[in-house]
Design a protein around this ligand. Sequence first.
Ligand code: GDP
Length: 194
Amino acid sequence: MNKERLLAAVHGPRDFPPKIDNLVAFGGRSNVGKSSLLNSLLKLPVARISKTPGRTRAIYLFDSRAGWIAADLPGFGFAAGSRDDRASWKELVASLFEGKRPLLTIQLIDPRIPTSDFDLDFRDYLRDLALRSACIATKADRLNQSERSQAKARLEKEFGDVLFVSSRTGEGIEALRKRIQKELPNGETPKKRN
Ligand code: GDP
């Protein structure tokens, strides 16, 4: 694996590399499909890095080689997550968002399961900080037509616009890349991908 694409593992504010521009953050609950999506978007085995057993919880920064840097936020746990877990997750994420504002935060949602309190908390947190965000519904290949329209209606109420993606079929990946490019200052031209 291309080690130089992993720019940093951030455990606290002091771990941020000094020159980080055009940050795009990716957050969602564990198992939402975040690593698979990042693998498709970045053409990089992200999961192998951030999910290596024994690694401590951190925000991993990856060079997209398309003019922006991906911040892979730790997945937040299911309802079982203790208050302390939530507090330390929030503290870590706050150290990123309050120190370095992302251009865009991609909030990943699994459209097959009800939106959790944590998802709504995260949405409200982004709104409170007036951060731009985009809601992405993952694993779209698993929904039939009627499930998709139901999920779309529900998620639009909760989050506004929603883009359906599938890392398995590639649906929505190019649209998401374009959505991210649109946020880059002065319509920055992406560096050549390889
Ligand atoms: P993370 O915990 O959010 O990083 O989630 P992962 O990317 O590891 O995915 C969790 C599970 O969902 C794995 O079993 C993946 O194979 C599966 N998965 C991820 N993306 C998709 C997708 O687009 N379609 C389908 N059908 N399964 C997916």
